[in-house]
Ligand binder design. Structure first.
Ligand code: NAD
Length: 370
């Protein structure tokens, strides 16, 4: 039972488009978690993205950075929209807010679960027999190294060079994230590399294997990236945690999320520490839906708030170690889906169509109900 009455501080950056409306539902669910588990969360709202450009002249004002720095974790909505698209690229909300946030807080680990609730199996492009009783795969991607950032980089008219670099330290710290996440899940890590071709992959495999020795309770497997791309659509249920470098993780996390079939259901986390999920010491992280600000449906009570609510659930689990609160939110979503309630993006025959606020309050009520 999580009932130690300690207080946690969360910076709440709702942003633009559907951000504020889905954030409101996450906040209602957080209030339900407070009631059920006798916890207190201090919310500190701050402007980010287009709204921050309008109010402060910059997508990531200093006071927003300060608010995040003083918080234990950041719950982020989404940023951007047509209103700011004519700005120079480096001033646009996504580029000028998210990238500097990742850099400022050293968010090197990106966690993207691909969850298919059994009730939403038909939304997946994969056959129901491949999905089985649902799917829950977590892609852990190294975010700050690898070929996207390695030096030298160069370009002449006829030649272009990118360099894939990983150091032992970088591989170790992301491996710890994957093994610790696996401990909270089904205890399996599949590490992805291209050790048959790349020296970098050989080092990756060696270091991951060394780190695994400290986690005898977690089962480690290795897979070449080309095979992993194939296995993800052939038999995704064989995976629990998939551990990747930056480029392979970029590709495989998109593939994994596409097999879930609905953007409005996908959360993500970016962490700055290897010791995830500790109740003793909060782990700083930024949690956000995988989708964007969806200007086409913003302000119309059409957005699916579940990605934002699952981002909150991940925050409680990975930053604060509140596993029971995570489970309570997951169970609440499952029971609301079981009762047939759906937003438009996940609607199917025989279900009952509701808006953002309605499904959000049903999930909050289900958290309180147990
Ligand atoms: P998008 O993810 O906002 O929307 C793509 C499609 O998915 C749209 O049809 C939208 O209605 C739908 N969708 C997304 N989230 C949904 C939800 N929760 N419920 C129901 N439907 C949902 O991508 P886009 O249209 O390419 O980008 C729109 C804006 O968002 C752009 O300004 C872009 O720069 C920005 N963006 C921000 C982030 C971020 O904040 N991290 C990420 C991606 C895009």
């Amino acid at each position: 039972m999580v009932s130690d009455m300690r207080s946690y501080t969360i910076a709440v950056l709702a942003g633009d488009g559907i951000g504020p409306e889905v954030m409101q539902q996450a906040d209602a669910v957080l209030a339900a978690v407070e009631d059920r588990f006798t916890l207190t969360f201090e919310r500190r709202p701050a402007d980010v993205g287009g709204i921050a450009i309008d109010n402060h002249g910059h997508a990531l004002p200093q006071q927003t950075i300060d608010t995040c720095r003083e918080a234990d974790a950041v719950l982020f909505g989404s940023v951007g929209g047509p209103r700011w698209e004519s700005l120079p690229p480096d001033q646009q909300p996504e580029r000028a807010a998210l990238l500097p946030l990742r850099k400022t807080f050293g968010l090197f680990a990106n966690l993207r679960p691909a969850i298919i609730f059994p009730q939403l199996r038909s939304a997946s492009p994969l056959k129901p027999e491949v999905i089985g009783e649902g799917l829950d795969v977590l892609v852990v991607r190294e975010l700050t190294g690898g070929i996207y950032f390695g030096e030298p980089k160069s370009r002449t008219a006829d030649r272009a060079v990118d360099t894939m670099v990983y150091t032992r330290r970088e591989i170790e710290r992301i491996s710890h994230v994957a093994f610790q996440a696996a401990r909270k899940r089904n205890g399996r890590v599949t590490s992805i590399d291209k050790a048959n071709v790349l020296a970098n992959g050989v080092l990756w495999r060696e270091v991951v294997t060394e780190v695994a020795a400290g986690y005898p309770d977690v089962e480690l497997g290795h897979m070449y990236v080309d095979n992993a791309a194939m296995q993800l659509v052939r038999n995704p249920r064989q995976f629990d945690v998939i551990l990747c470098g930056n480029m392979f993780g970029d590709i495989l996390s998109d593939e994994a999320s596409m097999i879930t079939g609905s953007l409005g259901m996908l959360p993500s986390a970016s962490l700055s520490s290897s010791s995830v999920g500790s109740t003793a010491q909060p782990v700083f992280g930024l949690y956000e839906p995988s989708g964007g600000s969806a200007p086409d449906i913003a302000g119309r009570d059409l957005a699916n708030p579940i990605a934002q609510i699952l981002s909150l659930a991940m925050l409680l689990q990975y930053s604060f170690g509140l596993d029971e609160a995570y489970e309570a939110i997951l169970n609440a979503i499952t029971s609301v889906l079981d009762d047939g309630w759906r937003t438009a993006d996940i609607m199917s025959d025989g279900c009952r169509l509701v808006g953002t606020a309605d499904i959000g309050s049903r999930i909050a009520a289900a958290v309180r109900d147990r």
